[in-house]
Write a protein that binds this ligand. Structure first.
Ligand SMILES: [Zn+2]
Length: 93
């Protein structure tokens, strides 16, 4: 990801660590929930426990990987909207 918007110079990184903590929490929450739902559904349909757990793990990891960019985009937007990223005009001074 760019540190600054190539068009307007908006700071996209913010404070150290701010870019990674939020998306990680988001990703693990969504991915973990998806995995648990898959395990419970498979168990409800009588799938073997070992197979259900393995499928849940695969779904969790895949969901975390596939939602990473979206989580990061959503988090950057949230930081911007709450004024935690310096705007371009301010950081030019
Ligand atoms: Zn821009």
């Amino acid at each position: 990801m760019y540190e600054r918007c190539p068009a307007c110079g908006q700071d996209l990184l913010g404070a150290d660590g701010a870019q990674y903590g939020g998306p990680m929490v988001f990703g693990y929450t969504v991915g973990g929930s998806a995995g648990v739902i898959v395990v419970l559904l498979l168990l409800a349909f009588g799938v073997y426990t070992e197979l259900a757990l393995a499928a849940g793990l695969v779904v969790s990891v895949a969901t975390i990987a596939l939602t990473w960019r979206h989580g990061k985009a959503a988090w950057t937007w949230l930081l911007f909207r709450t004024g935690q990223l310096r705007d371009a005009a301010e950081s030019d001074r």
